[in-house]
Design a protein around this ligand. Sequence first.
Ligand SMILES: Cc1cc2nc3c(=O)[nH]c(=O)nc-3n(C[C@H](O)[C@H](O)[C@H](O)COP(=O)(O)O)c2cc1C
Length: 232
Amino acid sequence: MIDKNAFRNLSYGLYLISSVKDGRPVGCVVNTFAQVTSDPPQVSIAINKDNYTTQGILESGMFEVVVLHKDAPMEVIGTFGFHCSKDFDKFVDIETKVSSQGITYVAEAGCAHFSVKVNQQLDLGTHIFFVGDVIEADIIGEIEPMTYAYYHEVKGGRTPKNASSFSTDALEAEAGSAPEAASSGKKTTRIGWRCQLCGYIEFVDELPEDFVCPVCGATREFFERVEVEVEA
Ligand SMILES: Cc1cc2nc3c(=O)[nH]c(=O)nc-3n(C[C@H](O)[C@H](O)[C@H](O)COP(=O)(O)O)c2cc1C
C-alpha cells in the first residue's frame, strides 16, 4: 500500500532555476533542489521533461539556482511556476544578474544563489534528475528561506502538474478547504471559478471582468466555473 499522505510529510524549499535556450534566458520554480555531497560540493534537481527550462539545461549543461525567501512575491512564483518560458521572456520586468558562467538569474526574491555545471543526468520517465558541481555560491539576501509548507499554508500557493510532488489528491483537498468552511459534517455545494493554470479557486458567483489570479497572475479567460462540495 502507498499512502499518498506520507509524501505530504516531506520538507522542501522553493527555488528558481534558470538556464539558457537558443541564447535566451529560461527559468522555472522547483522544490526538488538539494545538496547531495559537500566535498566536492554537488547538488541535484528533478525537473520535468516538458519544462522548457529542462531543454535549456540539456542544451547548455548549466543552471543557476536562487533560493527563494519568505517574502518572495507570489507574482514571481506565478510567472516562473505556472507559465512556460517558450511563450514569453519571464525575466523582462524583474531585477536580474548574469553569473560567471553567463546565465541570467533572478537577483530579487532570493536569499542565496548557486551556479551549477551538470556532471550527470538520469532519465526518470516524466522527469530528468540532474547532478552538478557547484562552481559559485553566495548569499544574496538576509530574509530566511521560503519552505514548501510556508508557501502552501501561509502564502496560499498551489502546485502545478509538472512538479515532482504534484498530487491530484492535494488539489481536491485544497478545493474542499474553502474559506469559512465549518466542520458540521454536512456537505453543501458552492459555486466557484477554478484557474486552469494553477488550480486556485475563487468562491464567488460571478468573476469580475478584470479578475487576475492571485496565485499565478492568469486573467479571467483562464477560469472555468465549478461547483465544489464543501463542509456546510
Ligand atoms: C511550488 C512549485 C513547485 C514546483 N516544483 C517543480 C519541480 O520540482 N520540478 C519541476 O519540473 N517543476 C516544478 N514546478 C513546475 C514548473 O515550475 C512549471 O511547470 C513551469 O511552468 C515550467 O516553466 P518552463 O516551461 O518555462 O520551464 C513547480 C512549480 C511550483 C509553483
